[in-house]
Structures are given as structure tokens and as C-alpha cells.
Ligand binder design. Structure first.
Ligand SMILES: CC(C)(COP(=O)(O)OP(=O)(O)OC[C@H]1O[C@@H](n2cnc3c(N)ncnc32)[C@H](O)[C@@H]1OP(=O)(O)O)[C@@H](O)C(=O)NCCC(=O)NCCS
Length: 170
């Protein structure tokens, strides 16, 4: 098992693992259902990350295959906060067949090593509220909540309103 910075030649293999990553999220919350052209969009995003000096893509190679990958970037806060930049982990996945063997921990260490010279003093990421596996992993590595993203299905409320409008007009 080896973890290396990704190159163009890894795009196809990363995309395969990305599909597992999106299916995993769709299965825990249907919000994460992707559209038909999602793979093409991910392909663009990945190539941009591969070319950017502010991003780093890592791949986990095992038995000649890609069994995990991660994307990290140096990101900027809105220009109102004292702290200007932070390390942002946008994608982080190890294939289900290879989990719980310490690969995720090694992948995270590679990201830490890449972040170190940048001067950042804070790392952020988003984790789906229903993702118990991911949440357990991040907590174990010292990550804490600092913001909660709330949502409410609006369909019922909206149709109720439309019904009222119709009643008034009638
Ligand atoms: C999170 C993830 C990258 C961890 O990779 P990994 O190679 O299993 O990580 P490690 O072996 O270094 O760490 C194992 C820890 O991860 C968590 N974990 C991994 N697989 C798990 C599973 N099937 N059930 C519960 N916890 C799990 C646990 O905290 C576990 O520690 P434990 O074995 O002491 O309970 C991997 O589980 C994954 O890809 N999950 C799906 C995608 C995801 O959630 N990514 C993060 C999105 S924000």
C-alpha cells in the first residue's frame, strides 16, 4: 500500500472510487443523489485540483488499484475574519473493502504534511450528519463541530401557501 500525489494517469481510477463515495452518501441521505452529468463535472473539478498549486490530490495505491483518494486545498475565509486562510479537505475516502486498517489515518497524515508549510493553523471539512463512519473517524482525529447546517423540506409549506392563494382568488 502506497500513498502518493495523484497525476493525470490516476483520473480514471479516482473517478471509480468517487462513484463509490457518492453512492455511499446517496444511501445514507437521498439528498446526495447525483445527476446524470455528475461524473463529467467531477472530472473537471478533479483536473482543476490536479493543476492548482493550492490543491493536492492524493491516491492510495494497493495491488495496482486505487483504493482511496483525498483532495485538500488551501482555502480563504470571507475577508471579514482575522484568520484569512485554512486547510480544507473536500474529498476523503477509502474503499469499503479496505477500511479499518489504518489507511485513512495515513492519508490524513499525508494531508497534514502537505498543509504544514502553508502556515495554516486550522483544518475544516464537511461531514454529512448521517455519516456515522465518517463522523467517528474525524472525532477520533480531534475534529469538532463548529457550525450546524440546518435544512427544512419546503414543499409542504409552499403548496399550503399556493392553496391559500387559490382560495383567496376563488
Ligand atoms: C472515513 C474513512 C475514510 C476512514 O478510512 P479507514 O481507512 O477505515 O480509516 P482508519 O482505518 O485509519 O480508521 C478507522 C476508523 O474510522 C472509522 N470507521 C472506518 N470504517 C468504519 C466502519 N465500517 N464502521 C464504523 N466506523 C468506521 C472508525 O472511527 C474507525 O476506528 P475504529 O476501527 O477504532 O472504530 C472511511 O471509512 C471512508 O471512506 N468512509 C466513507 C467516506 C467518508 O465518510 N469519508 C469522509 C467524508 S467527510
Amino acid at each position: 500500500m502506497e500513498i502518493v500525489p495523484a497525476s493525470e494517469s490516476h483520473v480514471r481510477g479516482i473517478t471509480e472510487v468517487w462513484k463509490e463515495f457518492t453512492d455511499f452518501h446517496r444511501d445514507i441521505d437521498p439528498f446526495f443523489t447525483t445527476r446524470e452529468d455528475a461524473q463529467a463535472e467531477f472530472d473537471k473539478y478533479l483536473r482543476t485540483a490536479l493543476e492548482s498549486k493550492d490543491s493536492r490530490v492524493f491516491v492510495v495505491l494497493g495491488g495496482g488499484n486505487i483504493v482511496g483518494y483525498a483532495i485538500a486545498q488551501i482555502a480563504k475565509y470571507p475577508p471579514v475574519f482575522k484568520r484569512e486562510i485554512y486547510g480544507y479537505i473536500t474529498d476523503f475516502v477509502v474503499k469499503a473493502s479496505h477500511r479499518r486498517r489504518g489507511i485513512g489515518t495515513e492519508l490524513l497524515q499525508k494531508i497534514y504534511d502537505w498543509f504544514k508549510p502553508s502556515g495554516i493553523d486550522r483544518i475544516e471539512l464537511r461531514v454529512a450528519a448521517q455519516n456515522e463512519v465518517g463522523y467517528s473517524f474525524w472525532r477520533k482525529h480531534g475534529f469538532q463541530d463548529y457550525i450546524h447546517v440546518l435544512y427544512k423540506p419546503f414543499e409542504e409549506e409552499r403548496t399550503k401557501d399556493e392553496g391559500q392563494k387559490r382560495t383567496v382568488a376563488e
